[in-house]
Design a protein around this ligand. Structure first.
Ligand code: S3P
Length: 424
């Protein structure tokens, strides 16, 4: 479905609740199936990706009942051999986390994905899992992954890339080993897995620079999932660039390993404020107030902060086009391995709109501030984050734009258009 977006002449104003976090939803459903007993997940995501994880958990024998966005999981903690291949759809998190779980089972399984997921690199998990003794066959390190379940052994692993999916995969595999699994990151990536597993009673702890995990009996749990900062990002940027806007986003997860966008907006001189910061199930949560900020300036975004805003980089790039001076994004080469090559696709589509932006091997250079002209057809490349970035761009383009395959927003944020309308 192509969507037309027109310049928004009115201000964006009001208070909205941002839908539940995708990363937490994946983890809550997968981990609850590994626990013996009844777990309750409140405010589970409506996105297609977490529902890929949920469908797989059902195939693995868990009794899962959904009542609107509350999910009740009854499990024995012991997985059943699936009768057919486990389809992960578009979801890298589902495939990489499940590969960690399934490698240590006493049955074989196959993980498959859609066209985009089947092109994404799996060597990053197959290599360390193989060191643990896993047996995974994959053509050229791409899905489908044929996993022969077996007893795994603990390893000491120094990660080569900052990836929460790889870390979570190895920590989950570590639950099914004899001995200790130790994992060292190059930069801190999102730590939801560590927080949630600890809350479930897992034997997980830090030892110097290593995160360590041992075989553990997980306790069932109850969790209320907070709003997704990666979804909030589109409204943060819209509020900053659509003239005279003022938006309050309620109940946003502000875990420091995820909230790099807040730091970047502050450095750029944007008007952003955190209200009512609190703790919910071990995660930092708060409300975020944003006001139109016409005098923002370009900055360098590189190094340690990259994993804390990796999914927000397309929309941060759009924001940089509205900042005075140069913004340089570096150390973000892994953006090329997402649902699309997000360096190429973001640069190409924002250039079409009139932005002054160029691609580099590990990021991009944006020179602002440039008015966005629009009047063109743009492509989401079936990438949900690009579709929403282009929508926000369309709100400030002089002429209408169209966005190809806009319905891919449903991967993470089916409520997106409804919430935009509430603010208009
Ligand atoms: C995720 C980790 C990140 C992120 C993805 C979700 C997670 O991927 O881009 O959308 O839930 O662990 P990488 O681990 O590949 O960086």
């Amino acid at each position: 479905m192509d969507l037309a977006v027109k310049k928004n002449f009115k201000i964006l104003s009001g208070e909205i609740e941002i839908p539940p976090d995708k990363s937490l939803s994946h983890r809550a459903i997968i981990f609850s199936v590994l626990a013996n007993g009844k777990s309750v997940i409140k405010n589970f995501s409506r996105g297609q990706d977490p529902h890929s994880s949920l469908a797989i958990c059902k195939q693995l024998g868990a009794d899962i009942i959904q009542d609107n966005q509350t999910v009740i999981v009854n499990s024995t903690g012991i997985l059943k051999k699936p009768n057919w291949a486990l389809y992960c759809g578009n979801s890298g998190t589902t495939m990489r986390l499940m590969a960690g779980v399934l490698s240590g089972q006493n049955f074989d399984s196959v993980l498959t994905g859609d066209e985009s997921l089947s092109k994404r690199p799996m060597k990053r998990i197959i290599e360390p899992l193989s060191l643990m003794g896993a047996n995974i066959c994959a053509d050229n390190f791409h899905a489908p992954l044929n996993i022969k379940g077996r007893q795994l052994k603990g390893i000491i692993y120094d990660a080569k890339i900052a990836s929460a999916q790889v870390k979570s995969c190895i920590l989950l595999a570590g639950l099914f080993t004899d001995g200790v699994t130790k994992y060292k990151e190059i930069y801190p990536s999102r730590n939801h897995t560590e927080i949630m597993l600890k809350n479930m009673g897992a034997n997980i702890y830090n030892d110097n620079d290593y995160i360590c995990i041992e075989k553990s009996e997980l306790k069932p749990f109850e969790i209320n999932i907070c709003g997704d900062i990666s979804s909030a990002a589109y409204f943060i940027v819209a509020g900053l660039i659509v003239p005279n806007s003022r938006i309050i986003l309620k109940n946003i997860g502000l875990n420091p390993t995820r909230s790099g966008i807040i730091e970047v907006v502050k450095q750029m001189g944007g008007d952003i404020e955190i209200l009512d910061q609190r703790d919910v199930c071990g995660e930092v949560v708060g409300d975020v107030k944003i006001e139109y900020s016409p005098e923002m300036r370009g900055i360098e975004i590189s190094g340690e902060i990259i994993p804390a805003l990796i999914d927000e980089l397309p929309v941060i790039t759009l924001l940089a086009t509205q900042c005075d001076g140069q913004t340089v994004v570096k150390d973000a080469q892994d953006l090329r391995n997402k649902e699309s090559d997000r360096i190429k696709t973001t640069v190409c589509e924002l250039q079409k709109l009139g932005a002054n932006i160029e691609e580099t091997p590990d990021g991009m250079i944006i020179n602002g501030k440039t008015p966005l002209n629009g009047g063109v057809e743009t492509d989401s490349y079936k990438d949900h984050r690009l579709a929403m970035t282009l929508y926000v761009a369309g709100l400030i383009c002089k002429k209408e734009i169209s966005i190809k395959d806009f319905e891919w927003v449903n991967i993470s944020f089916p409520e997106f258009l409804e919430l935009v309308e509430k603010l208009k």
